[in-house]
Design a protein around this ligand. Structure first.
Ligand code: BES
Ligand code: ZN
Length: 656
């Protein structure tokens, strides 16, 4: 296959062209009448060295995708989704080919818009990245790929009716972040290559489809055979990991003028009650960071195997049902996913090494929204819980505070972006922003942050561009401030800098004292547990000595009903404590929890804790995992498979 490599000048000219194409601002676009397909907004691609995405085969400096049109049919029997993807392409002058990302796709044909075949080939497949699909353009500015996803596509989970709340119909959902969407959409799967998209999705009746775009026909339309077609569009350029789909027996309830929730019918009422504050959260976020630019903010509560707490798919956040506690105590998750509407979806990490720009900013904003709605004390408690977890997590890394993975800007060379997932991008990232806020004052910091979103809306962001923006618009040559912040250390060095702004909440001091008292024999009846909030209960359980006699654990469990807690965070903290004490009576509750949901944040530490308890824990872990594994999403089972396999080997080497 002939290779086209652009000269430096051609590359630069193309970069200029891209910037030119992006010059019409998103605001202007959204005010204009609905753009015809030829005038779709095109977002620039950064072509600097640090914006190069090592997790994509795409060569956007040669040719890039600007728009994706999907026409797909879901086949629940074969567990495959198939049809066509039509891609709009911008190519540099003289460009002969475009390179797309794929993983496990069965490609049937590639043609131009007129249906004439184009030569294509799949390059060698990498375990993490999949295989490049290289298409000869022959001058085409639109290509159509006919394909099918593999039954084991990692982005897709096909649930049997038994795995749903209603138990009657199957369910399908997708999870794109970080590099999974290439298992069902053949496009350039890189967060720096923003694309508008549209989709027609055919599903079997009476199921419904929802997506992370404008829902053009919520009831769908009948198609030949026993199916319905649903139509969606996203006219703002988004990172391709944000294209998401869910199909099932899905009902909708409105919550406010621009908010609503989808869920299986039997879950809908509880979901709507839990999420009642969402509209107020949007108002709070807007007053801090400027307009919400995605029109609607709906949510879908998925079946319990959803591997994350939440996923910020634009216009349609995907949620775990484990956030439904009945008392709205876990809604910081909504504040978080909503915050991504600014940090992540509007201004997006250019590469996965810049992931902290998504999650650190979002965790910071989550705290600000929580503070607006529920006051500084509740917000500070959540920050403090995160801080506690962060410190423990870094200490547990190989090398502890010197671990390279405790840097904000991480090195993912040869690794899956998933390996960089830890509390570091979240809580160390947020701590950096709180430290800057404390140094310049809230008013100036807020003004800068709001401006940052305006200046970079619908664009990718690298760590160095962030630093440049911060220096230009906030630090402004103030050398004392620059020295005080020590940004270099914060971003490029491991560990936690000394100048970190640490929040201490009042409400945790009593709790810590109570935990200490209980550890030294104070009666269970003296504990304020029943009147504590969810965060205080979690703090208490985490603050207890790790070794407690079984009688004391039994007292806690029977007095406060911990094993039956409907608050997943409290239950999780309790089960960790129980496992550390090899407390047999909690094992049925543990088994129930691990076989009833697949949220990795809960599942992974619990299996890890079991495996750490050698001859006691491993058989329990193996027995539970044998039952649970078939119900988990690939994201979760992949992590637990590695745990289960790695542990004995490591023990063996350690023993030698
Ligand atoms: N975007 C993330 C989830 C994610 C990150 C998925 C990386 C795949 C790769 C989402 O916004 C998130 O952070 N979810 C957290 C909740 C949050 C409150 C910390 C989760 O799932 O626990
Ligand atoms: Zn997040």
């Amino acid at each position: 296959m002939p290779h086209f490599s652009p000269s430096r000048t051609a590359g630069a000219a193309f970069a200029a062209a891209l910037l030119f194409l992006a010059a019409c601002s998103p605001e202007k676009q959204s005010e204009a009448p609905k753009a015809a397909s030829t005038e779709r907004m095109v977002a620039p691609v950064l072509l600097t060295e640090d914006a190069k995405d090592i997790h994509s085969y795409a060569r956007p400096e040669i040719a890039r995708v600007t728009h994706v049109a999907l026409d797909l049919v879901t086949d629940f029997d074969a567990r495959r989704i198939g049809g066509t993807a039509t891609l709009d392409i911008q190519a540099a002058e003289g460009a002969r080919e475009i390179i797309l990302d794929t993983k496990g796709l069965e490609i049937h044909s590639v043609t131009n818009a007129e249906g004439q075949p184009l030569p294509w080939k799949l390059g060698p497949a990498d375990e993490n990245l999949g295989a490049p699909l290289i298409v000869q353009l022959n001058g085409a500015d639109q290509i159509r790929i006919a394909y099918k996803s593999a039954p084991d596509a990692a982005a897709l989970q096909w649930l049997s009716p038994a795995q749903t709340a209603g138990k009657k119909y199957p369910f399908l959902f997708s999870q794109g972040q970080a590099i999974l969407n290439r298992t069902w959409i053949p496009t350039q799967d890189s967060p720096g290559i923003r694309q508008t998209w549209e989709a027609r999705i055919v599903v079997p009746a009476p199921l419904k489809a929802v997506m992370s775009g404008r829902n053009l026909m919520p009831e769908g339309e009948e198609v030949e055979g026993d199916g319905r077609a649903f139509h969606f569009e996203m006219d703002k350029p988004v990172a391709p990991y944000l294209i998401a789909l869910a199909v099932g027996d899905i009902a909708f309830q409105s919550l406010g003028p621009r908010t609503g929730v989808y869920a299986e019918p039997s879950m809908l009422k509880a979901a709507a009650n839990e999420l009642a504050d969402t509209e107020k959260m949007i108002d709070a976020a807007e007053s801090l960071y400027g307009p919400y630019r995605w029109e609607r903010y709906d949510m879908i509560v998925l079946p319990p195997s959803f591997p994350f707490g939440g996923m910020e798919n634009p216009r349609l956040t995907f949620l775990t049902p484990t956030m439904i506690a009945g008392d709205r105590s876990l809604v910081s998750l909504i504040a978080h996913e909503l915050a991504h509407s600014w940090s992540g979806n509007l201004v997006t990490n250019a590469t996965w090494a810049d992931f902290w720009l998504n999650e650190g900013f979002t965790s910071y904003i989550e705290g600000r929204i929580m503070e607006r709605l529920y006051g500084p004390e509740r917000a500070a408690q959540l920050v403090e819980l995160g801080w506690e977890d962060l410190n423990a997590e870094i200490e547990a890394m190989e090398g502890g505070m010197d671990s390279p993975d405790s840097r904000l800007h991480i090195d993912l060379e040869g690794r899956n972006p998933d390996d960089g997932m830890s509390g570091v991008p979240y809580d160390k990232g947020a701590a950096l922003l709180r430290t800057i806020e404390a140094a310049v004052g809230r008013e100036r910091f807020d003004a800068w942050l709001r401006g940052y979103f305006d200046r970079h809306a619908f664009q990718p962001m690298t760590t160095s561009l962030f630093l440049e923006d911060l220096r230009t618009h906030l630090i402004q040559g103030n050398e004392t401030l620059e020295a005080k912040l020590d940004l270099q250390e914060w971003i490029y060095e491991p560990g936690i800098p000394d100048n970190a702004m640490v929040l201490r909440s009042r409400g945790f001091r009593d709790v810590d004292a109570a935990a200490q008292g209980f550890g030294t024999g104070a009666p269970v009846a003296s504990l304020g547990f029943p009147k504590w909030n969810s965060a205080q209960r979690v703090r208490f359980l985490n603050a207890l000595p790790r070794a407690l006699p079984p009688e004391r654990l039994a007292e806690l469990d029977t007095t406060f009903g911990l094993s039956r807690s409907t608050n997943s965070e409290v239950l999780f903290a309790w089960l960790r404590l129980a496992i550390a004490n090899r407390y047999e009576p909690a094992v049925p509750a543990l088994e129930r929890f691990l076989t009833s949901m697949g949220r990795r944040k809960f599942v992974e530490p619990l299996f890890e804790a079991l495996l750490a308890e050698d001859e006691w824990g491993r058989p329990i872990a193996e027995r539970i995992y044998a039952r649970a594994r078939p119900t988990y999403h690939a994201v979760t089972s992949g992590t637990i498979d590695a745990l289960m396999e790695a542990e004995p080997e490591e023990e063996e080497t350690a023993a030698r």
